[in-house]
Design a protein around this ligand. Structure first.
Ligand code: NAD
Length: 498
């Protein structure tokens, strides 16, 4: 069986303390094994990054950007292969994988602007014959730890930016679907990146902990579930590292009585069930303001859900695929059971999903649950499956209070024709990314991505301008060249321009 290895100093290695199966979730079969790195392997990757850093930091930004230009080209040329690799291990349908890849490529395009965004700031004559400037210097060796649900896009949020800023990178992708990540890593070498600037180690907690505790690692970017994000943030910052840790979500849509119902139904279908609901920006909760709009939307959703197609990742006519694993399927089904036990009404039930020809695939059918209340476990926790829950309230303020009181604050959206209501909503809602009649308000690559509350630990968002700030540190230099006529005597008071 193929073993998915690591990429250390430009070489593939399958050194491992053990291996772990990687499944094809569409069939339920084991496709490959992944090498699980122990401490020594991770330390080799860190050492390779550290050794590559001095030359890379001194490489002109335009040359670093040119590697990214070439990398973008290679990602595009290899798009079909990448989407196939994503689908085979994640299960998302190839058209959805193509969307993931495109969103990732946009981050590479943004990174190509490094010579512009690394320019810094300059002031002439801050004092007599004194000039001052700020420059953005790389941090050194930085690490990224990424989740299974976007094995290409989320790593591309991190390393292109980190690398063009002059850092050297160690990536620990998800062990559940590592092939596509390793494949794009190899393209970097083909794009001309010097060995050691980018390294990838597959592994689990041991690999992550090694990165967190190693003093050579200056910064850690993490994307994954909230309990792990919190652990990563606390550990990384306690060892003196810069850290941004993006966590889980529970994204609500408010449906106002004046909303365009067809638009609501179409966009909820894609945003709740697309990618089997395994997106941190999936809309998993709809809060209907008034029973009238709730009943109309539910009736239409019921009819439309009956036409949804789910199945094998390679069949482009499918709307979505399986969930990531058998354990995750059990977890999702468990949440649906719990909603039912706590008094919610299962309107469409996906628990018994079977796909002909792929009976062992990890499928959960689209599930619609009505009469959900805030005390239910299925409402409080992230399900991460193709499950849409409906809550009913009487006023927009009640809907906003629900969102504001929820522990997560990643994304949200309001459906309305009322500009005043929309403006009030976007102004007062305690969530990091807000849509107005837009279900998945994922910021484009030249903005930055992040949630509020327990959806993000750290001060800076991922990618875009915040990404550039995260991967650099400012240095401010103040300079004078003394000459005979400006030489000063001793001065003991704070220098001023009086
Ligand atoms: P996860 O937290 O299980 O794993 C994420 C990474 O952490 C993986 O690389 C994994 O190997 C590592 N990890 C797991 N357990 C660990 C431990 N005990 N110690 C150290 N490292 C550990 O998340 P997942 O299941 O791969 O991904 C789904 C989660 O990610 C969801 O909660 C989703 O909302 C979240 N997510 C968030 C965003 C965002 O931008 N906020 C984006 C994508 C996914």
């Amino acid at each position: 069986m193929d073993i998915i290895g690591h990429l250390i100093n430009g070489q593939i290695s399958t050194e491992a303390t053990r291996t772990q199966p990687v499944y094809n979730p569409s069939t339920g079969e084991i496709g490959k094994e992944v090498a699980i790195a122990g401490k020594a392997t991770v330390e080799q990757a860190i050492a390779a990054a550290e050794a590559a850093f001095p030359a890379w930091r001194d490489t002109p930004p335009i040359k670093r950007a040119r590697v990214m230009f070439k990398f973008k080209d290679l990602l595009e040329q290899n798009a079909d292969k990448i989407c196939e690799l994503i689908g085979a291990e994640h299960g998302k349908i190839v058209h959805d994988a193509a969307g993931e890849l495109q969103r990732g490529i946009e981050n590479v395009e943004y990174a190509c602007g490094a010579p512009e965004f690394l320019k810094g700031e300059y002031s002439k004559n801050v004092g007599p014959n004194i000039d001052s400037w700020s420059e953005l210097q790389p941090l050194g060796v930085v690490a990224g730890i990424t989740p299974f649900n976007f094995p290409v896009m989320v790593p591309l949020w991190m390393f292109p930016m980190a690398i063009v800023c002059g850092n050297c990178f160690v990536l620990k992708p998800s062990e559940k679907d590592p092939s596509s990540t390793l494949f794009i890593a190899q393209l970097l070498k083909e794009a001309g990146l010097p060995d050691g600037v980018f390294n990838l180690v597959n592994g689990d907690k041991e690999a992550v902990d090694t990165l967190l505790h190693d003093k050579r690692v200056q910064a850690v970017s993490f994307v994954g579930s909230t309990p792990i994000a919190e652990y990563i943030y606390q550990t990384a910052t306690s060892t003196g590292k810069r850290c941004q840790a993006l966590g889980g979500a529970k994204n609500h849509a408010i449906i106002m009585p004046d909303a365009d119902v067809d638009n609501v139904v179409n966009s909820l279908l894609g945003a709740a069930f697309g990618s089997s609901g395994e997106r941190c920006m999936a809309l998993s909760v709809a809060v209907a303001v008034g029973d009238e709009i709730a009943d109309v939307v539910i009736e239409k959703l019921k009819k439309e859900i009956a036409h949804l197609k789910y199945g094998h990742f390679s069949d482009k006519s499918n709307d979505f695929g399986p969930v990531i694993s058998a354990q995750h399927k059990d977890k999702v089904v468990g949440y649906i059971d719990s909603a039912e036990q706590q008094g919610a009404k299962i309107v469409v039930d996906g628990r018994q999903a079977i796909v002909t020809g792929y009976e062992n695939g990890f499928f959960v059918g689209p599930t619609l649950i009505d009469q959900v209340t805030p005390d239910m476990v299925s409402y409080q926790q992230e399900i991460f499956g193709p499950v849409l829950q409906i809550l009913r309230v009487n006023t927009m303020q009640e809907a906003m209070d629900l969102i504001n009181e929820h522990e997560y604050g990643n994304g949200t959206c309001i459906y309305t024709r009322d500009g005043e209501a929309a403006r009030y909503f976007s102004d007062h809602i305690k969530v990091g990314m807000v849509g107005i009649n837009i279900p998945l308000p994922v910021p484009v690559a030249y903005h930055s991505f992040g949630g509020w509350k327990r959806s993000l630990f750290g001060d800076l968002y991922a990618y875009g301008p915040d990404g550039a700030r995260f991967y650099t540190r400012r240095k401010t230099i103040t300079q004078r060249w003394p000459s005979a006529n400006i030489r000063e005597g001793k001065q003991f008071s704070m220098p001023t321009l009086n």
